[in-house]
Write a protein of this length. Structure first.
Length: 202
């Protein structure tokens, strides 16, 4: 279940790129819009509305994929809302949390208040964060994840909050020698490896 951020919905190019990268490594995604994204560009919904929307998305995802584990997460705001959903609902259907650019603090206002609930989460958590993300200072995010019992942090070199990398940096080559968008491919492959190392109970 892949939730979008506060500024763009499920059809945004970044969300499509995330879904495509996950699909390339055989990870299926279910995208959806929070209600505010269907309205006339109003601010994000209340926490309660976001959590009820996530509950519906998880229920749909679980019904569509009954034979595979279900993970919940998203980009920025969507990942943060997913963390609140898991912390408050204790939904046993969720095998783990995957954050694509967890927004630890507003840009230019470093702090860790947005992470205060994370220690109460009892499932594995994967943080995929760019080294140029202005919403997650490296030292602060590292400190947060090191204090969590089942957290993994992966840095995406030169990537910003939207996984955009500096030109000519952090480029990989596929088998044919072509350059790949490594921020997305690295994130997807790291997620697959993380899932394999955090098997769900049988």
């Amino acid at each position: 279940v892949l939730a979008h951020g506060a500024g763009a919905g499920m059809q945004h190019a970044h969300m499509q790129a995330l879904a495509d990268a996950f699909a390339d490594v055989q990870i299926a995604t279910l995208r959806f819009n929070f209600p505010f994204m269907e309205s006339s560009r109003k601010p994000p919904n209340s926490l309660g509305i976001c959590l009820s929307t996530l509950a519906a998305a998880v229920t749909l995802g679980a019904s569509l994929a009954t034979e595979i584990p279900l993970y919940i997460g998203g980009h920025s705001f969507g990942g943060r809302m997913a963390s609140h959903y898991v912390e408050q609902s204790h939904d046993a259907r969720c095998a783990g949390l995957i954050y694509c650019s967890f927004p630890l603090h507003p840009s230019g206002k470093p702090g860790v208040a947005r992470a205060e609930h994370l220690p109460r989460i009892r499932i594995p958590q994967l943080f995929l964060s760019g080294t140029r993300d202005s919403l997650a200072e490296q030292d602060l995010l590292r400190g947060v994840t090191e204090a969590l019992p089942m957290a993994t942090l992966l840095w995406l070199a030169t990537a910003d909050h939207s996984f955009k990398t500096l030109k000519g940096k952090n480029r990989q080559r596929d088998a044919g020698g072509a350059a790949t968008d490594s921020a997305y491919s690295l994130a997807a492959n790291a997620t697959l490896d993380w899932i394999r190392h955090h098997p769900t109970p049988s």
